[in-house]
Design a protein around this ligand. Sequence first.
Ligand code: NDP
Length: 282
Amino acid sequence: MPTTIPTYRLSNGVEIPQIGFGTWQTPDGDTALHSVKTALQAGYRHIDTAAAYGNEASIGQAIADSGIDRPDLFITTKLWNTERGYETTLSAFEQSMRKLGLDYLDLYLIHWPANAKHSDGETINAETWRAFEKLYNDGRIKAIGVSNFLPHHLDALTKTATVAPMVNQIEYHPGQLQTETVDYCTAHDMVVQAWSPLGTGKMLSDETLTGIAANYGKSVAQVCIRWCLQNGTLPLPKSVTPERIRENLDVLDFTLTDADMQTINQLPYIGGSGLNPDTVTF
Ligand code: NDP
């Protein structure tokens, strides 16, 4: 029996499965096809990709091959940085949809905010968002959101937005809690998605996490995913390894104690991407 994953409700009423399957660095072709098929068989119903990952076509193939009813799936893709702006966003969206082979999308995200590198970053983000609103109002997308937006990017966006972002996908794992951004999102009814919930693997050898995991008979990966859920965020674990894909979903039969949650919440920085949305140069 595949696992049934509970959902969060977005601000517009759309239900989103609380665990998504990450696909960054999953090569297009057999690897993406087989890993997404394995994930769907295991019970994942929420797949996270992006135009920049270059694997939308194989993910679309895995979705088509799965035979799962479209309404039971939740598919996210993201607009890449080179395509920001009103018209370019509309055409980039159509290209993603063609590759995915879908006639509607569940969630579209602005992958990164335009930042100080752009003299008119605020206008670029506003124009990109205007295209997102059009696609949303036209019924092409069930929900729209952003990724890697800090509170000041969100404040700027909401000056002109007529539809508020429903999701913010940010780096989130032990040692990197982004408390200010998470609190902002909570106050504005935005679901926080946790990218790199395992720190792209960097969390897995931490001694504190290893010790906690052993007490539950679980792996560190499972503890990180469970910790995201108990903090109200939506983890997006990635794997191309069938047993890990299944393991990462097997997190609904245990609860971390308040004391263990506190210990993990207070861990110092133990690695991450090191990327800052205000200074990235891509
Ligand atoms: P994760 O933090 O999920 O870590 C994935 C790494 O951990 C891989 O090397 C994987 O190996 C390994 N791994 C996974 N599960 C286990 C396990 N149970 N035991 C041991 N090792 C394990 O990775 P990502 O950095 O990819 O982040 C997750 C997702 O978040 C991305 O795939 C993407 O969808 C999203 N993301 C979004 C970003 C954004 O800017 N919006 C940026 C970065 C990520 P293997 O695959 O070999 O099994």
